[in-house]
Design a binder for this molecule. Structure first.
Ligand SMILES: CC(C)(COP(=O)(O)OP(=O)(O)OC[C@H]1O[C@@H](n2cnc3c(N)ncnc32)[C@H](O)[C@@H]1OP(=O)(O)O)[C@@H](O)C(=O)NCCC(=O)NCCS
Length: 186
């Protein structure tokens, strides 16, 4: 695996990153990026000079994963957005390695903590069944412990890598589609 700075990458590497975004989210049934144009616009936004964007290349030089960090609270707390691995490479350790690389890059900028929103667009967590009209978000948090086995939700991936749940946004993307906010001190 080779790690590169995506903010300095060439057009073909950026296009490769857009392709990874499109394929990974289409495979999930997640409607956030459904066209090449939308995915390319997202990459363009993430590789602005004031942001951190890192990518992983395969041995033949193709982008197989990438992730970005952007300021949320000055230079102290930055948001991870996005983190994505090509479907062909998922569950092979690439995402973990890239997350470590992004955290190292953040430390180099004296960033103290990372936050991320791990939304549930596909009703993969029991939070998607909670009626926030009658249940308080604090009470609903206990439901996160009972996530069904499939489809896999990334929140556990982050939890095993030191990120803690610090809140939820009920029905963030619509009824039954909450966002789960996670945080890690570097
Ligand atoms: C979630 C994701 C970044 C993990 O990267 P990865 O390279 O597949 O993961 P690794 O091989 O390093 O680690 C394996 C872990 O990822 C989990 N994982 C693998 N594929 C996954 C998927 N499609 N969705 C969620 N988690 C996944 C495995 O269950 C395993 O979890 P564990 O360590 O808790 O047992 C990657 O699967 C991905 O890009 N998924 C689609 C996009 C996405 O959901 N991004 C996160 C948005 S918040």
């Amino acid at each position: 695996m080779t790690f590169i700075d995506l903010t300095n990458a060439d057009a073909s590497e950026r296009q490769g990153a857009a392709q990874v975004l499109l394929e990974a989210f289409t495979a999930l049934g997640n409607p956030t990026w459904t066209t090449s144009e939308a995915a390319e616009a997202e990459v363009t936004d993430c590789v602005r000079k004031e942001r951190i964007a890192r990518a992983v290349l395969s041995a033949d030089g193709r982008v197989i994963a990438w992730g970005g960090l952007r300021s949320m609270y000055g230079n102290r707390t930055w948001e991870l957005h996005p983190l994505v691995v090509s479907p062909d490479w998922q569950s092979t350790g690439v995402g973990s390695a890239l997350l470590t690389d992004l955290e190292d890059a953040a430390r180099a900028y004296d960033i103290a903590a990372i936050v991320l929103g791990s939304d549930d667009e596909t009703r993969s967590t029991t939070l998607s069944t909670v009626d926030f009209g009658t249940t308080s978000p604090l009470d609903a948090l206990s439901a996160i412990a009972q996530i069904p086995g499939r489809p896999i939700h990334p929140f556990r991936f982050y939890q095993r890598r030191g990120y803690q749940i610090v809140g939820i946004i009920p029905d963030a993307s619509g009824p039954g589609r909450p966002d789960i906010w996670m945080w890690k001190k570097l």
